[in-house]
Design a protein around this ligand. Structure first.
Ligand SMILES: *[C@@H]1O[C@H](CO)[C@@H](O)[C@H](O)[C@H]1NC(C)=O
Ligand code: SF4
Length: 492
């Protein structure tokens, strides 16, 4: 039991490792200590690009359900925050220097051996594939700040004209003129925090806006960013009935563009809403109703032409979020701003290992650090091969494409998906239950599996750990032949 709980905690910790996921309530619990398998893990064919996340850590008022890393301050020195965002973006882009590792296959594990030379190719210019301004409420920043950050990115790296540049906006700071300012600054995609189209629900959520204001914001955004306006919606609110949810969804469908993100409301410890539910002032939504709401939404959206391309995300006419896809595909990403997370290789320092980075959470401390060191990185850790594969599995299975053989091979050239999950074991059992598919396309969830992904992951992570452990310490036969066969792969 204890082991099972350990894995569940691990799943939660991995999920919290997304760039905006650095809320104080989401500190990652340490998972079980697991030694890496000794097989070399080459970097994902040295991707020449990275996605960039920029965290704006301020809101006008804290919503009742929110435990994100956000702050309500009376007087904000925006020029100082802007200067720090610009400086940190420049520093991290220089450190990451996304370019091709000319020396080709590098071994993570080999880096732990002093005799193996590190990557020595000279850094070239970085290419940024997408930028995402999240928060907090980044639509409270002035368009000038967004422009300054984008100019810094374009100055330090290659930022293609077609790169997706998303800004999260709240309806209370999304007038047509503000949105036009963001567009002029270089933003080309908008994600609007509508959450609900019912005034009573919005009040319960502690949102600053009414349903009418949310509608106006979406319409203004669609006028300026046609085909590139996304809408966030919450379901599973305390007391929300199945019918009420179906009505919200219908209203949202009349209003929406080609992308919708649906999130089940979670009652996070320490939030006002969780306290109200715990105190009995509001009812807790029953589990079976939540599952029913999710399924209803999926059916309705798929029937209206949306592709359910990730657990919480729906797009039609190909309007998938390329920025977020890069997280789910375990590409490299750089996180700028208080509490931002990143995963990238420090090629600018001659490194070849994928690192996990977290920036300092609290904005005033973060700014002091950026002013004195050029960046406010609070923690850095080289990800072990097993950790990289755990992330790839946990995030990749969230998408409808799943984990392709090619992507898996970038992180695990020695042990294929088939080697790890094709043998009799957990994955085979999940396939037989109709939750998982392993075929020529790779490993992915069925629709039914996607709905219960969190309960499938502990088994799969366990199987992965076993497979890597076995590769590391193979059972010896009398002549030691097995052990030799495996260790023969080692030094490559
Ligand atoms: C995309 O990523 C950003 C940054 O991490 C996050 O804030 C946002 O919720 C994500 N959106 C989707 C559609 O998953
Ligand atoms: S607007 Fe978003 S980040 Fe700000 S308090 Fe509300 S939920 Fe939290």
């Amino acid at each position: 039991m204890a082991a099972a709980r350990g894995w569940l905690r691990k799943v939660a910790a991995l999920a919290a490792a997304l760039p905006g996921g650095g809320g104080p309530g989401r500190a990652a619990a340490p998972g079980p200590a697991v030694e890496p398998a000794p097989e070399p893990v080459q970097q994902a064919a040295a991707p020449a690009t990275a996605a960039l996340y920029v965290h704006w850590p301020y809101c006008r008022k804290r919503c009742s359900y929110c435990n994100f890393n956000t702050y309500v301050v009376r007087a904000l020195d925006e020029a100082a925050v802007r200067a720090c965002l610009v400086r940190e973006a420049q520093t991290l882009l220089r450190l990451s220097q996304v370019h091709r590792c000319v020396s080709g296959v590098r071994s993570e594990w080999a880096l732990l051996r002093p005799s193996v030379p590190t990557c020595s190719s000279p850094p070239s210019a970085c290419s940024v594939s997408s930028v995402f301004f999240g928060g907090g409420t980044p639509s409270l920043a002035s368009p000038g700040t967004v422009a300054a950050v984008l100019e810094a990115v374009a100055g330090a790296a290659h930022l293609a004209a077609a790169a997706e540049v998303t800004l999260e906006a709240n309806p209370s700071s999304a007038s047509t003129s503000r949105l036009a300012g963001f567009r002029a600054a270089g933003v080309n995609r908008l994600s609007i925090g509508v959450q609900s189209l019912d005034d009573a629900e919005l009040r319960m959520l502690g949102r600053e806006h009414t349903a009418a204001e949310a509608r106006q914001a979406v319409e203004a955004a669609r006028g300026l960013f046609p085909g590139r306006t996304s809408m966030d919606l919450l379901f599973g609110l305390p007391g929300q009935s199945r019918d009420a949810w179906a009505q919200r969804l219908e209203a949202a469908l009349e209003l929406c563009d080609d992308h919708i993100s649906l999130y089940q409301l979670t009652l996070e410890r320490g939030t006002a809403l969780a306290a109200q539910v715990r105190g009995g002032a509001l009812p807790a939504p029953p589990q079976d109703l939540l599952a029913d709401m999710y399924e209803t939404a999926r059916n309705v959206l798929v029937a209206t032409g949306f592709r359910h391309y990730e657990v919480s995300n729906f797009a039609r006419k190909g309007a998938l979020s390329t920025h977020n896809l890069s997280y789910w595909r375990a590409d490299e990403y750089i996180g700028v701003g208080p509490g931002a997370h990143g995963r990238f290789v420090l090629r600018g320092e001659g490194g070849c290992s994928r690192e996990a980075r977290v920036q300092t959470l609290e904005p005033v401390t973060w700014m002091r650090e950026v002013q004195s060191h050029g960046h406010g990185t609070r923690s850095r850790a080289v990800l072990k091969p097993l950790e990289q594969l755990e992330e790839l599995l946990t995030l990749g299975l969230r998408t409808d494409e799943g984990i392709t053989h090619e992507r898996w091979g970038h992180f695990s050239p020695q042990l294929s998906l088939q080697d790890v999950f094709g043998e009799p074991g957990e994955a085979r059992a999940l396939q037989q239950s109709g939750w998982l598919v392993l075929d020529s396309g790779g490993l992915r969830c069925t629709w039914a599996g996607l709905a219960v992904l969190d309960s499938l992951l502990p088994d799969l992570l366990w199987q992965l750990q076993r497979a890597l452990g076995a590769a590391r310490c193979p059972p010896r036969d009398k002549e030691g032949r097995d052990a030799e066969a495996v260790s023969g792969n080692d030094g490559q």
